[in-house]
Design a protein around this ligand. Structure first.
Ligand code: GCV
Length: 706
């Protein structure tokens, strides 16, 4: 018996029951193992003192207690009054004389100040939510092993609406979701509040996300029915203490579908009244409801154009209903038509003429690029083109076009490429970031949204590294001057370990990962060449889609003369939608950097690129470089995974192997296909495709997630 007991003990030791499964995200708060640092932190932190009784301050108290106790390995409790080593948290008003002189005006409604004085750490802000953000920042400093002896820092978000868009359906499936089912258990709501909802709110508050759109933009009108509003209200109650508001995607035809009206025409007084009544009802359930996100007249969704009205007419009707409650409308510009000669141009053509026609509480939400979240896209030409309208930017965290939740792709380099792109709308320096933070035109409404990559998988995002993109979206929305390097660094330290033998090589791997993906999927400006419908794997040959602009052949236009979409004046002239200065970089074969080439030009196969290689040879080399890049990632992981827990080490290893196989599949299938046009041999060092082109063409994935 005793023998079995000892064996059991041994087993438990080797495989702890509470294995590291990724659930805790970047809020792990484990004991600090660096003895000197631990000693230092213990000296500076003896207890906490929290002023304020709100639910938000209660959350701050819980977070500080749990986190400090965990990291310092001793019980940290509230003290009756501050002393040396106390961490004090409260608003400026609540702290009163405890707060030394110093301005909080720069911290606004959601920002914070952290300072050390008389041996105490003070975390403060103008609001409880600001204090909570400060608490999370302080904990981030500890988790990333920063010095805390002499802190004096202030921070405020650069962007007002920092939102996650969930494409979650009421039946718990997720459109383009790869991490399980929806975390919203609609059936059990409102009575059953999964602990996950609180942890979701904590995670978001820790990175400054302040809004969540609960349901898919391809919306079900039922989400606005009383039964579902009650459920949404239950979630809003959980999120409220964390400074997070709930928004809903509104189906434009809801007045017909659930209201019994004959029309949803935004000029119809009955329809307008229906929305006013509906909004009033929503606020009776959710007093701080954020507003609506709307996908209208896009991919079959109903909208104002069904009645001969414009996007502005539709958005303004909803905006008028929301205005008395300070709610906003996020009206999406993701529209494309089959009649435009170039899908690239449609959103600009439809929306630019409406500039100045939207109400003050409307933001037009524009995808980062003109097509659809491709691995690399030029910035959307609407940025800078609608000076009288606040424009939000929408990024896609869920990896619809970037390898699902199977590929390790760290997106901030891509986000940064877009945010730092210069629109030249008001001269040099008119970056996309300045358009969307409102500073270029003085808009107070500013926003950034990320299509969530979250599901009910134990680790939330399917791939353990998918968490980094969620984390980064929040951090960048708060402060877009943070570099991808800084964000990766802090995420790795909190999520895995502070050991630089792990952090440095893995950070390098993350920073290279997006370019690797572009190379093995869509190098040199190729785009939209993935499998039809589910978007899994390569299918550049596909030409059977019901609409021309759903077919890869429409986008790459390969023929015996060359490859690429001519968007110059000799082609669709989409380039004319950019300012002359912005367009110049892409306008000619000479000026266009190789990485953007096939977005804008139809290029002869034997044309010599800036790299010195012919187009065909460069294409082959890039595909191969992408695959080799993944091989390097595998090698790196094999060397450093010893520094982290076995469970996540193994998960990432397996996923990287799948990524390697799929990268090779992309390279082989694409090169086998494009070679039929280029009619040139593979350059030296590029392996022959593993299978025939027919083999790749015949692969079917009817049940791939989509
Ligand atoms: C929610 C792409 C996706 C669709 C998505 C759409 C959108 O087309 O494939 O699934 O629909 O974008 O952003 O509305």
């Amino acid at each position: 018996m005793r023998k079995y007991f000892l064996l059991l003990l041994l087993f438990v030791n080797l495989h702890p029951l509470h294995a590291e499964d990724g659930y805790r995200l970047w809020l792990r708060y484990d004991l600090i193992t660096d003895a000197a640092l631990l000693q230092d932190y213990r000296t500076h932190i003896s207890g906490i003192y929290i002023t304020g009784e709100s639910a938000t301050m209660a959350a701050a108290r819980r977070e500080l207690t749990t986190a400090l106790t965990g990291m310092l390995g001793k019980t940290i409790q509230e003290q009756p009054k501050p002393q040396g080593g106390t961490v004090i948290a409260g608003t400026a008003t609540a702290l009163g004389p405890l707060l030394p002189k110093g301005s909080l005006s720069a911290t606004g409604e959601e920002g914070f100040r952290i300072l050390t004085t008389a041996g105490r750490t003070i975390i403060t802000g103008n609001t409880d939510a600001g204090v909570l953000h400060g608490v999370f920042h302080f904990l981030r400093l500890l988790q990333t092993h920063q010095p805390i002896q002499t802190l004096d820092l202030s921070s405020a978000p650069g962007i007002r609406y920092r939102i996650l868009d969930h494409w979650d359906n009421l039946n718990r499936t997720i459109e383009r979701g790869y991490a399980g089912f929806s975390i919203w258990d609609w059936h059990k709501l409102p009575g059953y509040l999964d602990r996950r909802y609180t942890d979701y709110a904590r995670a978001n508050a820790s990175i400054g996300i302040n809004g969540t759109v609960l349901n898919n933009v391809n919306a079900n009108a039922l989400s606005l029915s009383p039964a579902y509003l009650e459920k949404a209200a239950a979630l809003a109650n959980v999120f409220r203490p964390y400074g997070i508001k709930v928004y809903l995607s509104a189906r434009f035809s809801a007045p017909i579908e659930t209201g019994g009206l004959k029309t949803a025409d935004p000029q119809d007084p009955q329809v307008q009244q229906w929305w006013k009544d509906k909004v009033k009802e929503i606020y009776s359930y959710i007093p701080d409801f954020g507003g609506f996100l709307v996908k209208a007249n896009s991919e079959g969704q109903p909208g104002p154009q069904n009645y001969g009205r414009s996007h502005a007419d539709g958005a303004n009707m909803l905006a008028d209903a929301l205005a008395p409650y300070k709610g906003i409308v996020m009206w999406r510009a993701f529209v494309y038509s089959n009649t435009n000669e170039d899908r690239f141009k449609q959103a600009y053509d439809e929306f630019k003429p409406l500039d100045g026609q939207f109400r003050d509480n409307v933001a037009v939400q524009v995808k980062n690029g003109p097509i659809d979240f491709q691995p690399r896209e030029p910035f959307h030409p609407l940025f800078g083109a609608m000076p009288r309208t606040p424009l939000m930017i929408e990024f896609q965290l869920t990896q619809e076009y970037q390898g699902f939740a199977t590929h390790l792709v760290y997106m901030p380099p891509q986000f940064r490429e877009v945010l730092m792109a210069d629109t030249y709308a008001k001269g040099k320096g008119s970056t996309v970031a300045k358009v969307i933070d409102g500073s270029l035109e003085g808009h107070s409404l500013s926003g950034i949204a990320g299509v969530a990559n979250i599901g009910n998988d134990r680790n939330w995002t399917g791939h353990p590294f998918g968490q980094a993109n969620w984390y980064a979206l929040g951090r960048l929305a708060w402060d877009y001057t943070l570099t991808p390097d800084q964000i990766a660094d802090e995420w790795l330290r909190q999520t895995f370990t502070n050991d630089t033998r792990f952090v440095n090589p893995v950070k390098a791997m993350m920073l290279a990962s997006h370019e690797n993906l572009v190379n093995y999927m869509t190098p040199l400006g190729l785009h939209h060449i993935m499998g039809y419908g589910h978007h899994y794997g390569p299918a550049p040959w596909f030409d059977k889609g019901a609409r021309a602009d759903w077919n890869p052949v429409y986008f790459h236009r390969a023929d015996s003369a060359g490859i690429g979409f001519d968007r110059t004046a000799t082609g669709s002239n989409a380039l004319a939608q950019y300012t002359p200065e912005a367009r110049r970089q892409w306008a000619t074969l000479d000026s266009c950097p190789d990485i953007w080439l096939l977005w804008f030009h139809h290029v002869p196969w034997n044309y010599t690129l800036h790299s010195g290689n012919t187009l065909w040879n460069e294409l082959c080399k890039r595909y191969e470089a992408g695959v080799q890049g993944v091989q390097t990632m595998c090698n790196t992981w094999d060397k450093v995974s010893q520094f982290v827990d076995e469970e996540r080490a193994e998960q990432v290893k397996m996923l990287l192997q799948i990524q390697l196989t799929e990268a090779g599949w992309w390279r082989d299938a694409c090169l086998a296909y494009f070679q039929t046009f280029a009619k040139m041999p593979l350059p030296a060092g590029i392996p022959a495709p593993a299978h025939t082109l027919e083999y790749y063409k015949e692969l079917q994935f009817p049940l791939a997630p989509h």
